[in-house]
Structure formats: C-alpha cells, structure tokens
Design a protein around this ligand. Structure first.
Ligand code: FAD
Length: 805
C-alpha cells in the first residue's frame, strides 16, 4: 500500500516489518483482530531479517523458548499451503557435535531434557555423525546428537509469507513509513506519529528490531539491548555437500554450518563479540551489511577448517557481516512495557529471531488479546529488566559476552562475567575482604560462598562437584548448628500505601492480609488461571502501609502486576524502596540469642513470634526485624536502613560466633526444608494445590482474590502436575536441576531445584511431575519406584512426604 492511504486510526499499530512484526500481525489476525496497520520504514525484511542464515534449532536453555520454536517449525511447514508463498522451510534435521567429554556430558543432559519436552532426539557416535555429515572430520569427536525435527527457512520468503497471511486477515502494510514519535495520555499509549502524519491506536507494538531501544526511548520505555556484528560466509562447492545436508553445530569451535546452493554457509558465535551502533542505528540501514572483518572472523574460520578440511580449497563467495541486537541475558524481550499501558515489545532476538518468530509472534498476539501472558513467559518477559539495565555503557560492555553465550558451555551455575560489578550492597568491600565469591542476580552482586583458601577463590565449573562444595557445606552446617549471616539485600521491596492499600493488595494476594499491624504474611500473587505470578511476603507496617518483599528479579514485574490490578480511582501508591533497605538475615539456633544480646527490644518467642515484623533497636541502629526463615531455622531477617548497614554488621560480628554464608548454602538449606522458590517450582502454570501450598490461600476472605474462581474449580480435583521432594539414595552424584525424573522407568517430570543436602548427606531435589492422564496422589508418590536420570545414568530417588529434616 502507498503511504497516501495511511489511515488516521487503527486498533493495533505494529512498528517494524521484519519477521517478528510480520508474525505478530499474522497471529493477531488469527485471533480475530483485523484492524491492524503495520508500518515499515524501509521494505519488509530490509532490517536484520533479510541477511539471517535461517537456521531453526529447537533446543534452547529455557523450556518455554523451546516450546515457542517447536510451534515455529509446525507453522513454517504449513504456511506455504495457507498463503501460497514459499517459506524456504526445509526439515533437514540438525547435528550437534562434541569435542570434549564435558560437552558430551552436556549432550547427554540435553537428550534427557529434550525428551522431557517432547523434542525428538537421538545420540550418535562420532562415526554415525560423519555418515550424516560427510564433509566433516570426526576422528577428534566424542559423539553427537541428532535432532530430526530441526530445519532451516529462507528469512525473506518467510517474512513475505507471514505478511501475506496477515494481509489475508485484514492487516494493512505500509512500507516506506517511519514512526517518529509515540503519543500517550495518562499512562496509556494513544498512537504513533509518522513522517506522513499521525495514527491513533489502542495498541502499539514495537517490533523495530535494532531500532526498538530508540523507539522505546521515544516514550520512556526501556528496551535494553545493544547491537553486535554477526558474521558468516557462503562458499562455493565443498566435497560431500548435498542439498539435503542437515544443519551442523560444533559449539566447542563456536561454529555452525548449513548447505547453501552446493556450498556451505558457515558462521558462528565467537566468545568476545564486537559491539556496533554505539552512536545509534542509522535510520536508513536497509538491506545493508557492514564491512568484512576477517580478524574478528579468524577464530571461527580456524575452527571451521579443523571441522571441515574441505573448506580450505573452497571459494568464499560472500562474507555477510550483519548487525543484530542482543539483550543482557541472551533471551528476547516480549510483552507489555511496564512503563506504558498498551505499548507492547517484541524485540532483542539475539540471533534467533527466525527460529523464534512463529512462537514469539503468537505469544505476543495472545498477550495483546488476553491482556496477560497465556503461558509461562518469564524467561523472555520484558519485566525481568529495570530502567537501569538500559544504560548504554553497561549494555555495550555486556553485549561482548552475550553473543558468545549461544555456544559457551552452559555450566549449571554459570555466571555472566561482563559489565560487573553493577549493583552492590553496602557490605561489598567487607565481604571481599572475607573471600566472597560473587554471583549476580538482577544486576546485584550476591555472595555465592566465602572462599576459605586460594583453591576456592574462583568457581571452577564442572558438571560434577565443584571446588566450592566444602565451603558451602561448612556454611550450611554452621546455619543448622549455630548462627550465620546472609546478605539478602537484593530482595525487592515495594511500599504499597494509601486508604485502599489493604483492599487492593488483599484482592491481589491469595492469603488474607487483613491482619493486625506487625503481621508478616507469606502469600502468592496468582493469575486468573490460579498460577503463580509471584511468591512473596507482605508486612503490615501500619493500617494503610504495607511492604511487599519479593524476589530480586521481581521488582518491576510485581509493581506492574499490582498497578495493573489496581482500580484507576483507588487511593494507593506503589513505590520501589529496594535501594533504601539492606537485608541481613541472621539464621540458626543461636541466632535469636545473638541478636538479643545486641537489642533492648524483647525478641522472645512470646513477644516477637514467628511471622511478625517489628521495629527493634540493634546496636545504634533501628531496624525492622521480621521473624521468618527461608532456611528452616530460628532467626530474623533484619531490614536495615542502608546507612546503618555497616554499623549493624560490626555489631553482629562483635556479638559472638557468627558464620558468613552465601546463596549456595541458602539454596541447599531451603531445598532440604522443601521451600518452593519462584521461577523454579512456582511458575505461572503451577497452582498452590500443585505446589503443595494450599495452606497459604484463604478462600473465605471477603472480596476474594485473583485466581480464586480457577482454584475453586480445581479444589478436590485430581492433580495432574505436582511439586514433590525427592532425595537421591546415592550420596555421590551432583544434581543441578533440569534432570529427568522417571517413575517405574517412564519419564514423568524433571528436577526444578537440586543441591547436595549437607545435613542429610545426600542430594536433595524439588521436582515437577506431570501426568496428564492420571492423578498424582499420595499412592502414586508412595508406591512408585522413582529414579533421576543424570546425563544418562539413573539413580534411585526417595519421595519425602515431609522434608527429611
Ligand atoms: C548474520 C546473521 C545471521 C543470523 N542467522 C540467524 C539464524 O540462522 N537463525 C535465526 O533464528 N536468526 C538468525 N539471525 C537473527 C535474525 O536475523 C533476527 O533475530 C531477526 O531477523 C530479527 O527480526 P526483527 O523483526 O526483530 O528485526 P528486523 O528484521 O530488523 O525488523 C525490524 C524492522 O523495523 C523497522 N523499523 C525500525 N524502526 C522503525 C520505525 N521507527 N518506523 C518504521 N519501521 C521501523 C526496520 O526498518 C526493520 O525492518 C541472524 C542475524 C544475523 C545478523
């Protein structure tokens, strides 16, 4: 359509005509929305999409991303028949090869998790892999896996085919129209401005690829991403290459290959990427490439020659150096922006936009139509980031690492190293002096464990026990037998206040918050399906003042959830006060006495019982003390005004024997006690009944709560998914989570959290069981013979009706 036909209004305006914008439009029309305008400043696919290599690999680090791509493969296979336009889809299968034993262990773990997700996968010997991929050298390989359902598509054709499907459903597509501004009123998007005039709209969708950050900045929305150069070559004929050759990945060499008109397309993900676009992405960067950079490409070329010696003699026909946007964690950004109602984002596709487009476009369209995600999308939810993540210098330094993460060995507890330290607690330097080894969550530096000697001073990654095992064990035991200090400052804290604060929060939380001032209530926030949106503690600090204490990564999400579910005329304010409070948890049987020695407030069980929070004096400081525990021992979480943190720490250390402990110990302590964690056991697809947390739901409270109807319908019904605790009988294996759970030899679920249970002397896990066709009741759990598959080896597991300690 020409820009002179530009309408003045549309229900939905999509900005960007790459594969993501086209897929979102296509899926919106499938959901019955036809009044859609898609605006593209250049031509369809002219941004990043046109030069993608087109690989479609299903297996990803997060099961939701795998599910989205599984759907993409089904969609691409049938699209031609629907629209009459080819997509170039070819289900050629893919191989991943292993050069090392560690990578082979990973592939074994991959096989188990692929099977758990219904992805067809087979293990191959090196020779079998060579038969499937004749140009490859195999004598240095340990083995491979074969995914017959993987394939490749032609990105431009796919985009045109999706766009045709969208047009058939009513979408009007305008090329050569640039969006120059976003209009808003009272916190809600109202349309876009273009060089050809404004369009009012109820919904605006930012599918602007590398330009999505800039588009976000036009309306105060953070879209944290940075571009990096990404390269591949296309060669002339290579011996052994034929049209049906599968895709092949050699992640130890950072490289991938696919057949391309008799030659090979070879590219990869080098460990240190080259950022691009530091001064912004040019508006007219359409159908363009960057200059060849053979220096940057050298590490990929060297590895490619090792794997495919025949490349040596092949002609390099074309060098593609195309920039693509990467996010801080290598997962894309989806959903309604928390800063602006009605403004949705589908961007930051980290070199997997072609593979993900089908599923991501559908998920985004459903989110737009339903007003909420229809499945667990947390790993890609834009609300996992905050405004500070949009800092351009930080993003620049982080992107160097992100691109390479596709093929970096995904060690179980791998930390990202770049652009750190970012957020630090007041005790950072003090803990460094004590040998802290840091992890990072939501940008916060958090102590994983305290090294006791140089051998423990940095994490040595492995699939088996790692070098910090004994250090974490000592911290764990100290907590169970004495007193230990955990710095939990990264907890998110939201202050919710106003005349209607109780009414609003009580409708959002499943437990009853109408408790006396000083109550500390453990509760979930549920969605209308009865699944967990968050898992948190709420302090009633005054009649109309509540502090919501939630997970480190949850501040933006939970504040958004509260605002979304607050009536417009309600007298309620939500403010993020995370930065005002340090949280020092003092836990263990000796903790109450140690704290009492520093305070004139009465900390006895009678005066300050479990699940209450009060202001107390502690040394020179006045702090909030919450009697609750995430480790299952006596103790208090101290909410300390930041300026008193150093003083409180000095007082605590001077008061008696107090161990310092980190998050690895915290995790093993909580798993032993069977405490569920949000994002692991608790997800938007799990209800309190399934999680075993029905006790934290109050069905009788006046006014009800979000999710109540769904839960009432499920109450008393058989459970088809369930969280359950299992220990492994053999003390030796190291489990990390993600392993397959079997009952009587049949896969039934997977491990969500795992640690070595230092108190019980064997591995301990929390697993999610799924049995669509039968009830998971007590008999099912008690009578089954359970095993856990650890990279192909099976270990007997014992179910615990109650935590073993
Ligand atoms: C070298 C390379 C190889 C790749 N290989 C693969 C692969 O094998 N498999 C895979 O899955 N992925 C691959 N990718 C990634 C894939 O190309 C991207 O993830 C995907 O194309 C992103 O699509 P998009 O729609 O988000 O962005 P784009 O295709 O860039 O589309 C965004 C569009 O928005 C338009 N736009 C921006 N601002 C405005 C505005 N203000 N007004 C109007 N229009 C605007 C732009 O012009 C652009 O056309 C590769 C990428 C590169 C660089």
């Amino acid at each position: 359509m020409t820009s002179t036909d530009l309408p003045s209004h549309a229900r939905v305006v999509i900005v960007g005509g790459g594969v993501i914008g086209a897929s979102t439009a296509y899926h919106l029309t499938k959901l019955g929305i036809s009044d859609i305008v898609l605006l593209e400043q250049g031509q369809l696919s002219s941004g990043t999409t046109w030069h993608a290599a087109g690989l479609v690999g299903q297996l990803r680090g997060h099961s939701v991303m795998t599910r989205l791509i599984q759907y993409s493969t089904q969609l691409y296979a049938g699209l031609h028949a629907e629209t009459g336009l080819q997509t170039g889809w070819k289900q050629c299968g893919s191989l991943s090869v292993a050069r090392t034993d560690q990578r082979m262990t990973l592939l074994h773990r991959t096989i188990a998790s692929a099977r758990a997700q219904g992805v067809d996968v087979q293990e191959l010997t090196a020779d079998e892999a060579g038969e499937k991929w004749p140009p490859m050298r195999v004598d240095d390989l340990k083995g491979a896996i074969w995914l017959p359902g993987d394939g490749k598509a032609n990105p431009t054709d796919l985009t045109q085919s999706l766009a045709k499907g969208a047009r058939m459903g009513g979408t009007r597509i305008f090329e050569g129209v640039r969006v120059t501004g976003i209009s808003q009123s009272k916190g809600r998007v109202t349309g876009v401005q273009t060089e050809q005039g404004p369009i009012t709209a109820d919904i605006v969708v930012n599918c602007a690829g590398q330009w999505a950050r800039k588009l976000g900045l036009m309306c105060g929305v953070s879209v944290p991403m940075h571009s990096a150069e990404h390269m591949y070559i296309v060669t002339g004929a290579v011996p052994g290459v034929h049209p049906d050759l599968p895709v092949m990945r050699d992640p130890d060499g950072y490289i991938y290959f696919k057949e391309e008109v008799g030659g090979l397309c070879m590219g990869g993900f080098e460990p240190v990427a080259k950022p691009w676009g530091m001064n912004g992405i040019p508006d007219d960067f359409a159908f363009q490439l960057l200059e060849d950079d053979w220096d940057q490409f050298e590490i990929l070329m060297e590895n490619a020659l090792i794997r495919v010696p025949g490349l040596e003699a092949a002609e390099v026909k074309k060098f593609y150096n195309g920039p693509e946007s990467f996010t801080p964690d290598n997962n894309f950004l989806l959903g309604e922006a928390p800063e602006l109602k009605g403004f949705f984002v589908g961007a930051g596709f980290n070199s997997m936009g072609i593979a993900s487009a089908g599923g991501a476009g559908r998920a985004l369209a459903e989110w737009i139509v339903e007003g909420a995600p229809t499945m667990d999308l947390w790993p890609v939810d834009i609300r996992r980031f905050a405004g500070f993540n949009n800092n351009p210098t930080w993003l620049h330094d982080r992107v160097k690492e992100t691109l390479g993460m596709h093929y970096t060995m995904p060690w179980p507890n791998l930390e990202q190293d770049s652009a750190r330290p970012f957020r630090r607690s007041a005790l950072y330097n003090r803990f460094n002096a004590k040998g802290a080894v840091w992890g990072s969550k939501m940008g916060w530096e958090r102590v994983n464990y305290f090294a006791r000697n140089t051998a423990e001073s940095a994490i040595e990654y492995a699939f088996g026990r790692q070098n910090w095992h004994d250090a974490a064990a000592a911290e764990h035991i100290a907590t169970r037998t004495g007193a230990a200090l955990f710095d939990l400052t990264s907890f998110s804290k939201l202050m919710v206040e106003g005349r209607d604060a109780l009414a609003v929060l009580n409708r959002i939380c499943a437990a009853n918050l109408d408790r006396p001032v000083g109550a500390s209530v453990y509760t979930g926030m549920l969605n209308t399906r009865g699944g967990y949106e968050s898992d948190l503690t709420v302090f009633r600090l005054a009649e109309a003042r509540f502090m919501v204490v939630t997970g480190s990564a949850q501040a933006v999400h939970d504040a958004d959830w509260i605002r979304q579910n607050t009536p417009e005329d309600a007298h309620v304010w939500v403010s993020d006060v995370t930065n005002a409070w340090s949280v020092l948890a003092v836990m263990g049987p000796d903790a109450p006495a140690l704290l009492q020695s520093l305070s004139r407030s009465d900390l006895s069980d009678a005066a300050h019982p479990f699940a209450t929070v009060r202001e107390i004096d502690l040394g020179y400081a006045t702090v909030l003390a919450n009697r609750m525990s995430y480790v299952g021992e006596a103790g208090f979480e101290l909410f300390v005004p930041v300026e008193f943190t150093l003083g409180v720490h000095e007082a605590l250390v001077g008061a008696g024997a107090l161990a310092h402990a980190g998050y690895y110990a915290l995790d093993s302590l909580r798993i032993e006690k069977g405490f569920r964690a949000w994002g692991r056991e608790l997800t938007p697809d799990i209800t309190p009944f399934e999680a075993g947390l029905g006790f934290a739901v109050d069905f009788t409270k006046p006014g009800g709560f979000i999710g109540r109807d769904a839960l009432l319908a499920l109450r008393g019904q058989p459970l088809h998914q369930r969280i359950a605790q299992f220990s492994v009988d053999d003390p030796a294996p190291q489990l990390w989570g993600g392993e397959l759970l079997l009952r009587d030899g049949v896969p039934v679920g997977k491990v969500m959290s795992a640690a070595h249970g230092h108190s019980i002397g064997r591995p301990i896990t929390l697993c999610r069981i799924e049995e669509p066709a039968r009830s998971i009741d007590r008999a099912y759990l008690a009578e089954g013979a359970f095993e856990i598959d650890l990279a192909g080896a099976r270990f007997a597991a014992t179910w615990h009706a109650k935590p073993p300690i």
